[in-house]
Design a binder for this molecule. Structure first.
Ligand SMILES: *Cc1c(COP(=O)(O)O)cnc(C)c1O
Length: 360
């Protein structure tokens, strides 16, 4: 068997240890005589898996008691609608940062429910920076402030959590959750599609402060109301049980490996190595302002885009796969989430240096 280093932005690599454990448990989970996939979500076996996963996530992220953790479906994309539906609370305006493709999608969806006021936008510089705090225009009467801490496509990451006063802060943390410790108490809502840094696709984790639950707009479908899921322990309908289980195995893997402090050290090291290689070469370039370069998604271009196809084909032959950049920006993108080992980043850098020698 050979495992590729997969630089996909999502679904992304999972730790080999986690996949091996899942394989071990595939046909017979802990003597139950069945696969987790075959279990009733309301049976005591799956309930214990679900509870353990939540407890481990709470421990890893130090989630305060007054927050609910929901295990939902619909991807991060359905949160673009659930956030306004649940948080407007009769208000007509919400504040949004516009820092890239995912911000734009969140904004477009929110506009169906409320007036969107832009706090700041980095569109003028092609989303290669995070707007300076001195340029932000915050509306103290906004129902909430929404931002995308890590723009997965542009590779731009907020260097710190924006201070928005008493207005609830909402974060689409899909591509940076679990990459480092964060202070959850600064947020009203954190949401993340699982397929980047949590587990397989099909699961969306939502961390929501309790006082923000229960005020959904009249007519909100039950499935889109945080209260429905909070009151039922995310078991109002059948949850994505197998994804939930695998996410739990990932949480245990993180705990065994030093928690989020250690993850942050590994991620910082990996990212710095790759950016240093790009910056030291005249053949590769990354356009993002150094103060807000993502630890998770590293886009880069070749000096001669005519070589893109050759680069991708040769990388593929070395089992360095899914390096093609997003269609909206072109070039390359290396996503280096928690499960990408340091050897993977080193192998990529080695390949890049060799490619440059041969073709530049
Ligand atoms: C991947 C991604 C999404 C979309 O997630 P889905 O689970 O596919 O809906 C949204 N926001 C960000 C920041 C992402 O990286």
């Amino acid at each position: 068997m050979s495992r590729a280093f997969n630089f996909s932005a999502g679904p992304a690599m999972l730790p080999a240890e986690v996949l091996e454990q899942a394989r071990e448990e595939m046909l017979d989970w802990h003597g139950s005589g069945m696969s987790v996939m075959e279990m009733s979500h309301r049976g005591k076996q799956f309930m214990s898996i679900a509870e353990q996963a939540e407890a481990d996530l709470r421990e890893l992220m130090k989630i305060p008691a007054e927050y609910k953790v929901l295990f939902l479906q619909g991807g991060a994309s359905i949160q673009f609608a659930m956030v306004p539906l649940n948080l407007l609370g009769g208000k007509s305006n919400a504040d949004y940062f516009n820092t890239g493709s995912w911000s734009k999608k969140a904004i477009a969806e929110a506009k169906k429910f409320c007036e969107v006021d832009l706090v700041a936008s980095s569109e003028a510089d092609k989303f290669t920076s995070v707007p300076l705090q001195s340029e932000w225009q915050l509306n103290p009467d906004a129902a909430y402030v929404h931002y995308t801490p890590n723009e997965t496509i542009g590779g731009v990451e907020f260097p710190s959590i924006p201070d928005v006063g008493d207005v609830p802060l909402v974060a689409d943390m899909s591509s940076t959750i679990l990459s480092r410790p964060i202070d959850v108490s600064k947020f009203g809502v954190i949401y993340a599609g699982a397929q980047k840094n949590i587990g397989p696709a099909g699961l969306t984790v939502v961390i929501v402060r309790e006082d923000l639950i229960g005020g959904a707009a009249p007519g909100t479908p039950a499935m889109l109301d945080y209260r429905t899921h909070a009151e039922s322990g995310s078991m109002y309908n059948t949850p994505p049980t197998y994804s939930w289980y695998l996410a739990g195995l990932v949480f245990q893997w993180l705990k065994r490996n030093g928690g989020l402090e250690a993850a942050a050290e590994r991620n910082k090291r990996k990212a710095e190595m790759l950016y240093a290689a790009i910056d030291q070469s005249v053949f590769y370039a990354n356009p993002v302002d150094h103060s807000c370069r993502s630890w998770m998604n590293v886009p880069f271009t070749l000096a001669n885009p005519g070589l893109d196809k050759t680069f991708l084909a040769e990388a593929d032959a070395m089992q360095l796969v899914t390096l093609k950049g997003h269609r909206s920006v072109g070039g390359m993108r290396a996503s280096i989430y928690n499960a990408m080992p340091e050897e993977g980043v080193k192998a990529l850098i080695g390949f890049m240096l060799g490619f440059e020698k041969r073709y530049a």
